[in-house]
Design a protein around this ligand. Structure first.
Ligand code: TRP
Length: 434
């Protein structure tokens, strides 16, 4: 039985759900640590420049192709040219692979929420985190639980599930984030963190950092796996896609900057290292929470915030593959969700175990988890975006004036779509392979 193709209830629903997709672990977990490792303020400056210019083009392009074709990824590519359907199929496949590692981190978040409320004091935070992720059972159960929660909303459909989740979790996320920013700014020596974020050190500017900023910007905007294409295909009529896209970029950037303002003053206030990498959120911050007044409440709030961010993005990761299953195989949403649940579990469980009992299984000298992250973030996402930009710019010959009223803007869009974005993506892929 085929479900009727859904559409957004309102423009607001579309925008908040797309912002929900964009604002995720990429903003609150990844952005601060990538910024920490790339020199702070100067990274932020480059990042803002890139996200407001270069990223605008693939973002609007993906939404526009969805809106134009009114189909899920495979059908959308196929309607442009029959032979493109295989390129289209790469999108939901990328989605399944991203889901398999993204949801593992979702499981860790659930653990830290529980931990915040039960047993707050931990002796050694590094050891606790490494022991926890090595455990063969608990993280697997939590990953499946997180997957189940996301699937639950997806299975309820666009209006009752996806829109409802975003309309509830996104405002909650904003409120908690503002609360935590205030807490952080009131810590002693908070200004050191702000200086680190906003006072650029130009000696740290280098090409590698620029590419890191580009990669981060693509990831955080959810470009490259058809999530946006699918969301775009549910738009009824929207003459002002440009405005919506700027609202999405602006909101995503504000969330990322606020996440930085929440994290760095706290890190500097407690004399910790801002460049500790992926452990920043799961090791450094819990250490800080244990030293502040009402630390367990702050810790609980922080991990609930992370949970809200991860859920709305997780839902968007599932929607692309889900829509493809529904429309290509003519099955109901519930059945599609059941298949996704099984499929993602089959990849996610070995990936979860790759921190412990399966750590010796390696692909290209990487554990299963690291390999999935590398393959999707460094290769598949930029490759998918590259194909879609080439199809739009060179095959469909989409021109800026269809989307942008202003002449100069339309001209810059054309150059960007045909040359600048593809070249940047090729560089990103080449550097990513090293
Ligand atoms: N943008 C999300 C984040 O910042 C992650 C995400 C959701 C994503 N959907 C995506 C990344 C699609 C790439 C493609 O956490």
């Amino acid at each position: 039985m085929k479900d009727k193709r859904p559409t957004w209830t309102s423009k607001y629903s579309f925008i908040i759900t797309t912002i929900g997709s964009a604002v995720g672990l990429g903003n609150i977990w990844r952005f601060p640590y990538v910024m920490g490792q790339n020199g702070g303020a100067i990274f932020l400056a480059v990042y803002i420049l890139i996200i407001s210019t270069i990223c605008f083009i693939p973002l609007i392009n993906e939404l526009y192709i969805g809106k134009l074709t009114k189909k899920e990824c495979i059908g959308a590519y196929e309607s442009i040219n029959k032979n493109f359907k295989y390129l289209g199929a790469l999108n939901p496949i990328t989605g399944l692979l991203i889901a398999s590692f993204y949801f593992i981190v979702g499981g860790w978040i659930i653990n830290y929420i529980i931990k915040s409320f039960i047993n707050y004091k931990i002796q050694n935070y590094e050891e606790y985190f490494t022991e926890f992720i090595k455990n063969p059972i608990y993280p697997c159960i939590l990953t499946i639980l997180f997957l189940f929660i996301c699937i639950f909303f997806t299975a309820r459909g666009l209006k009752k599930g996806i829109e409802t989740a975003n309309k509830s979790f996104m405002p909650l996320l904003a409120v908690i984030l503002i609360f935590l920013v205030i807490v952080s700014l009131n810590l002693p020596n908070a200004h050191l963190g702000l200086e680190y974020m906003f006072k650029p050190d130009f000696t740290k500017l280098n090409s590698h950092m620029v590419l890191n900023a580009l990669g981060q910007a693509f990831f955080t905007l959810s470009i490259g796996m058809g999530a946006l294409l699918t969301y775009g295909s549910y738009i009824k009529e929207d003459k002002t896609l440009v405005k919506s896209v700027y609202t999405i970029i602006l909101s995503d950037t504000i969330f990322a900057i606020l996440a930085g303002i929440m994290i760095f003053p706290a890190v500097f206030s407690f004399n910790m290292e801002p460049n500790s990498g992926a452990g920043l959120v799961f090791v450094t911050l819990p250490k800080i929470f244990s030293q502040i007044q009402y630390g367990n409440i702050v810790s609980g709030a922080f991990f609930i915030l992370l949970f809200c961010a991860a859920i709305t993005s997780g839902i968007s990761i599932l929607e692309g593959p889900c829509a493809s299953l529904i429309e290509k195989f003519n099955i109901s949403r519930t059945k599609a969700c059941f298949i996704l649940f099984l499929f993602i579990s089959i990849i996610a469980i070995p990936a979860t175990l790759s921190f412990g009992i399966l750590e010796n299984i390696q692909f290209f000298h990487k554990s299963i988890f690291d390999f999935l992250d590398f393959l999707t973030s460094n290769i598949m996402l930029p490759v998918n975006t590259l194909f879609l930009c080439l199809i739009s710019g060179w095959y469909l010959k989409i021109r800026g004036d269809i989307l942008i009223k202003n002449k100069i803007g339309a001209f810059l869009f054309n150059i960007g779509l045909k040359y600048i974005v593809p070249i940047s993506l090729i560089l990103l892929i080449i550097i990513g392979l090293h």
